[in-house]
Design a protein around this ligand. Structure first.
Ligand code: ITT
Length: 222
């Protein structure tokens, strides 16, 4: 007997991270596979609108009556690029990729380790939307950090090899650049430290925690 959440995503890395997170809570996450182009991603200015739209479309394809279905939309927001790629992250990743983002920031260099983090500051953001069988719940998460000057590591997916998370204090809040936090990747990207360390910082984990905090006590599936 377990509670099951069906996660509609085309991204195996996102599925794995959600499975890891929910597993600790005794919830099984299964990928909901729908034929390509069943779900249209709207051109929208914010992640919440995209997530709500994907979830509304997914409700027409529930695997069974009463099923809990989740979608999640995430993006990388680079401050020096006015938030680009943001909601265009999928498109940017599949066209210019990590090297393209690095090229756009190549003029932002400094020998001072604090100044360079400020110049290249960025955040990952995620919005998770869950249909719990009765209502739509939304969870949001942010992970602050900076863009590395080169691709580092091969772990994870997407922009992980160019993203250095900000250190965290012992309550999990990001500390300012130059301050050593209680939790630190010591300047390494998510691509170097891998998914288990990423989990401690992750926008996805925060969005899922926010979502779960709104769920009434889960009844296990029969
Ligand atoms: P969906 O089917 O779930 O939409 P997707 O890969 O298109 O899968 P998103 O739209 O949420 O997912 O992500 C936009 C882009 O940002 C995409 O290229 C991802 O690889 C990248 N991305 C999202 N979350 C990330 C993370 O935690 N680490 C690195 N890159 C991430």
């Amino acid at each position: 007997m377990s509670t099951t959440v069906w996660f509609l995503t085309s991204n195996p890395g996102k599925l794995e991270e959600a499975q890891h997170h929910f597993q600790e809570l005794g919830i099984e996450v299964k990928g909901l596979d729908l034929p390509e182009d069943t779900i249209l991603e709207p051109q929208a200015g914010d992640l919440e609108t995209v997530a709500r739209s994907k979830l509304a479309q997914a409700l027409a394809h529930l695997p069974h009556e009463g099923a809990m279905v989740m979608v999640e939309d995430a993006g990388l927001f680079v401050d020096a690029l006015d938030g680009f790629p943001g909601v265009y992250s999928s498109y940017a990743f599949s066209t210019i990729g990590n090297h393209g983002i690095l090229r756009l920031l190549s003029h932002l260099v400094d020998d001072d380790p604090v100044r360079i983090k400020n110049l290249r500051s960025a955040s990952f953001e995620a919005v998770a939307a869950l249909w719990d069988g009765e209502n739509v719940l939304l969870g949001k998460g942010v992970c602050k950090g900076a863009i590395a000057t080169k691709v580092q590591g091969e772990a994870g997916f997407g922009f992980d090899p160019i993203f250095i998370p900000a250190d965290l204090d012992d309550s999990g809040e990001p500390v300012s650049p130059g301050v050593l936090g209680a939790v630190s990747t010591h300047g390494q990207t998510f691509g170097v430290v891998g998914p288990y360390t990423k989990h401690q910082f992750s926008h996805r984990r925060r969005a899922l925690e926010d979502l779960l905090s709104q769920l009434p006590l889960l009844e296990p599936d029969e």
